[in-house]
Design a protein around this ligand. Structure first.
Ligand code: ZN
Length: 157
């Protein structure tokens, strides 16, 4: 299938709680491969399965050093605070001001079902929080302080 269509936050799929992945089979691997292609094409930092219409607990994050595949992720630890602009491929053209932890540590399974932990700061910690929220049907616009103004957007670009 390759590149999949990214749904916008008007789609009901973005507002549902996703089910855990129980079978680590070729179908899951295909979903992950497609999500990676879709994220690269869209030039995003992270993508959650519900954004492509699959209501399973699957997230990918481009850390800048490679793609992390997070299956059934849970947040283990957070600390600190950061307030900054945040966007979403499902909310095109907009950015919001969102408060997130500065540091986040997650536990997740890889595509073969092996558990591992990953930790991050700044942008990637923000991304972990944002993508895990998607698995519970939460879009950042529901937790942001406000949208950025046009002037603030210009300064960002
Ligand atoms: Zn998003």
């Amino acid at each position: 299938m390759g590149i999949r269509k990214i749904l916008t936050d008007k789609d009901p799929a973005l507002h549902k709680v996703c089910k855990p992945v129980e079978v680590f089979d070729r179908k899951l691997h295909k979903l992950l491969d497609d999500m990676i292609q879709t994220l690269e094409e869209a030039q995003g930092v992270g993508l959650a399965a519900p954004q492509v219409g699959i209501l399973r607990r699957v997230v990918i994050v481009d850390t800048g050093e490679g793609i992390l595949e997070l299956i059934n992720p849970t947040m283990l630890e957070t600390s600190g605070e950061q307030v900054g602009p945040e966007g979403c491929l499902s909310v095109p053209g907009k950015y919001g001001l969102v408060k997130r932890p500065f540091y986040a540590k997650v536990r997740a399974q890889d595509r073969d079902g092996q558990w591992y932990e990953a930790e991050a700061e700044e942008l990637i910690a923000r991304c972990f929080c944002h993508e895990l929220d998607h698995l519970d049907g939460i879009v950042y616009t529901q937790v942001m302080d406000r949208f950025l103004t046009d002037k603030e957007l210009e300064e960002l670009e």
